[in-house]
Design a protein around this ligand. Structure first.
Ligand SMILES: Cc1ncc(COP(=O)(O)OP(=O)(O)O)c(N)n1
Ligand SMILES: Cc1nc(C(=O)O)sc1CCOP(=O)(O)O
Length: 230
């Protein structure tokens, strides 16, 4: 990330929600999926925040998917974030964009801020977290928490204790999202760290009974046991 980008971004990103019914655009459960078809399936099931993450494919098809995802978000009044493709997200008026550390130097952060788009930023280490906090994005993603086969990682899993420390470092200033290896079995412990949202890929895309699993996530993420989070 360049210093200029950090400086410019400060104070600029939309934090609150204006149109999708969730504070900071973040529902407690945040599925990350690779097609607009998935988004079309999830939004009528009550998912309020979702990310379209397409890692490869034909550029025309990609733009069609992004357009459809954004339109579905508008139709369902949901918060749809677009991963990586900030130019297309800007062009088609996405609710928000999610960027990794390597995406950041190339991205037009001022354009994203000026358009009123939300910005989610990935962090993998304490240093990345500190740098990202200074940008004041709409949310900070912290990952990966547990091993995951979904994506090749160059860093070790951060684990629950580090997640908890990072959430405390952010201290409620910016909403936090935990990602990586989170399923129904692990979500309760993750939730006890006071993180604001839980992002999942396989827990949704490989679910054998999505209605039931989403209901179980909702119950689990509706309250925290014996911890008080600000
Ligand atoms: C909610 C959320 N957190 C982290 C990521 C990872 O984003 P990034 O670092 O840009 O890596 P890729 O997704 O592009 O592989 C994410 N997408 N969503
Ligand atoms: C897309 C992504 N980003 C991560 C990060 O740590 O930045 S982990 C991840 C994949 C998470 O998949 P699953 O829920 O199937 O483990």
């Amino acid at each position: 990330m360049t210093q200029a980008n950090i400086e410019f971004a400060r104070h600029s990103f939309e934090a609150g929600d204006s149109n999708c019914g969730e504070p900071a655009g973040l529902a407690h459960l945040y599925p990350v999926v690779d097609s607009a078809d998935w988004i079309a399936r999830l939004l009528p099931m009550g998912i309020r925040t979702v990310q379209l993450r397409i890692k490869q494919g034909d550029p025309c098809e990609l733009e069609r998917e992004i357009c459809r995802a954004i339109a579905l978000g508008r139709e369902h009044n949901a918060c749809v974030f677009i991963n990586d493709y900030w130019q297309l997200a800007l062009k088609h008026g996405a609710y928000g964009v999610h960027l990794g550390q390597t995406d950041m130097p190339k991205a037009d952060l001022s354009g994203i801020a000026t358009a009123g788009m939300r910005l989610g930023v990935s962090t993998r280490t304490a240093d990345e977290l500190i740098t990202a906090i200074r940008m004041r994005p709409s949310y900070l993603a912290i990952g990966h928490i547990f091993p995951t086969p979904t994506k090749q990682m160059s860093t070790p899993p951060q684990g629950l204790a580090t997640l908890k420390q990072h959430v405390q470092t952010v201290a409620g200033g910016i909403p936090t999202v935990a990602i990586g290896g989170i399923d129904l079995g692990r979500a309760a412990d993750v939730w006890q760290t006071c993180v604001d949202a839980v992002a999942v890929v396989r827990a949704v895309t490989e679910s054998r009974d999505l209605t039931d699993d989403l209901a179980r996530f909702n119950t689990l993420l509706a309250r925290r046991k014996e911890v008080v989070c600000d």
